[in-house]
Design a protein around this ligand. Structure first.
Ligand SMILES: NC(=O)c1ccc[n+]([C@@H]2O[C@H](COP(=O)([O-])OP(=O)(O)OC[C@H]3O[C@@H](n4cnc5c(N)ncnc54)[C@H](OP(=O)(O)O)[C@@H]3O)[C@@H](O)[C@H]2O)c1
Length: 419
């Protein structure tokens, strides 16, 4: 499966929509186990960073977030009690030791320093989708923050995944996500349920609704839905199939009295390294549609996970939180990628947004993929939403938790360079 198809029309340059033609090995994040799977060394840029870290250490090769956590334990367990007050008027501030997430890669370390938001003591957070890429990282970030984590895992899940979560300190609850009573029992006494499920209507609308009902039934006060996207509240339905499903779920969510928080993070920044046909590394071009100066939001998967974990532990979150590790236009990207690679990158205008819209219609008619989570035309819909500017995230809540040092697009691209 490719995110962007080979050219649906012979008249259209295929490299504009098929990154593999330009040497950008695109594999959609959530669908290609070997690329984004957190348990697996695979081909993802994030995982390759972990591999490099392992190689630099001269020891066994940590393959993903879990291997990394095992190979690089914190000097002592990081619990909320480990945080030491560092002052600040009225606000509770804490200091925690620095934890390098990306090892020796410059600029790719994250500091857990201080937070001015009150955080709960001894919380239990339930994570649905913890066997997935983002969900696994959220579970890890929660453990690092001293929470007890209970992962809802479907019956018959590949045994290796729950096993590895257990090794991280996560408690496993095997459930049928459609069974509200069963899920409610698994959610008892939790302070927040975080969803990182991925799927189409049966998952995002139906299974999440059952999860929501179970959360309410169990008396859990807070819920974080699996959104993690551009701000789809800013444009009308009909423009992005996958985001319309989230909108449909939000209607149900907003009819309840539970305290819900959505995390909007733009696109995962790792996709800039090849999955998104924006930077054509072999052709030294940065492709844009419409306006080359339209800024877009990019956040790494780990930063999204860290922020979500902090939000899960923060009882005072608003309905929407918006984060971006970086905000860059195509023009700004040409500068960054030129500096990072030492090659001169230039802009390449693929066409206007109208043309992209027409291309999406053609691709959808020809390639269909309605039952696939990420058919080619779906990726193109995201691209159109990002380039037209309405889904832009503002204002940002990046400063809400001071324990996150945001990873920039430059950091991500620089790490790609040295692989
Ligand atoms: N902003 C971006 O650029 C971007 C990019 C990619 C993803 N995302 C979003 O991030 C979120 C997580 O995505 P991901 O890439 O981490 O997904 P993922 O790796 O595919 O993980 C999906 C999780 O959902 C579970 N799941 C799927 N179908 C299920 C079902 N029918 N019943 C029970 N559990 C089910 C999976 O369980 P199993 O392990 O048992 O299959 C897994 O734990 C999603 O909201 C996704 O849209 C955002």
């Amino acid at each position: 499966m490719t995110y962007f198809p080979p050219s649906p029309t012979r008249a259209f340059p295929a490299f504009l929509i098929d990154p593999s033609i330009c040497g950008n090995k695109y594999v959609h994040p959530a669908r290609r186990v070997e690329r984004y799977e957190p348990w697996n060394g695979g081909g993802s840029q994030t995982n390759k960073l972990f591999e490099r870290r392992g190689a630099a250490g001269g020891g066994s090769r940590p393959n993903g977030w879990l291997e990394y956590a095992r190979a690089n334990p914190s000097p002592r367990p990081a619990t909320l009690q480990d945080r030491k007050p560092v002052g600040g008027r009225g606000a509770r501030c804490y200091r925690r030791r620095c934890v390098k997430v990306f090892g020796s890669v410059p600029n790719l370390h994250r500091r857990y320093s201080s937070s001015n938001i009150a955080i709960m003591n001894n919380p239990t957070i339930v994570v649905a989708g913890a066997t997935g890429n983002l969900g696994g990282r959220i579970a890890r970030a929660l453990i690092e923050r001293g929470a007890s984590v209970r992962a809802l895992v479907r019956h018959g899940a590949v045994q290796e995944k729950p096993k590895r979560l257990r090794e991280l300190g996560v408690t496993i609850a095997a459930v049928d996500l459609s069974n509200v009573s069963e899920v409610a029992s698994a959610c008892s006494s939790a302070s927040c349920v975080v969803s990182a499920l991925a799927g189409l209507r049966d998952v995002i609308v139906e299974k999440q609704t059952a999860l929501l009902d179970a959360t309410i039934k169990a008396g859990v006060p807070r819920f974080i839905p699996s959104d993690y996207s551009i701000d789809f509240t800013k444009f009308p339905p009909g423009e992005n199939r996958n985001l319309d499903l989230r909108r449909e779920f939000h209607k149900r969510l907003d009819n309840t009295s539970i305290s819900a928080t959505t995390v909007f993070n733009g696109a995962f920044a790792e996709m800039l390294t090849g999955q998104m046909p924006m930077i054509l590394f072999k052709l030294n071009r940065v492709v844009y549609w419409g306006n080359a100066d339209q800024r877009m939001d990019f956040t790494t998967i780990d930063d999204t996970a860290s922020f979500t974990a902090s939000a899960a532990l923060d009882p005072s979150t608003p309905r929407f939180l918006r984060i971006a590790g970086d905000q860059l236009s195509a023009r700004e990207l040409t500068v960054v990628v030129s500096e990072v690679t030492g090659k001169k990158f230039r802009l390449l205008r693929a066409g206007g947004l109208g043309m992209l819209g027409a291309l999406i219609r053609v691709a959808r008619a020809l390639a269909s993929g309605e039952k696939d989570l990420y058919p080619a035309w779906q990726g193109m819909q995201y691209m159109r939403n990002m380039f037209d500017g309405r889904a832009k995230l503002e204002p940002l809540d990046n400063d809400r938790y001071a324990d996150i040092r945001w990873t920039t697009a430059r950091d991500v691209l620089a790490a790609r360079k040295v692989i």
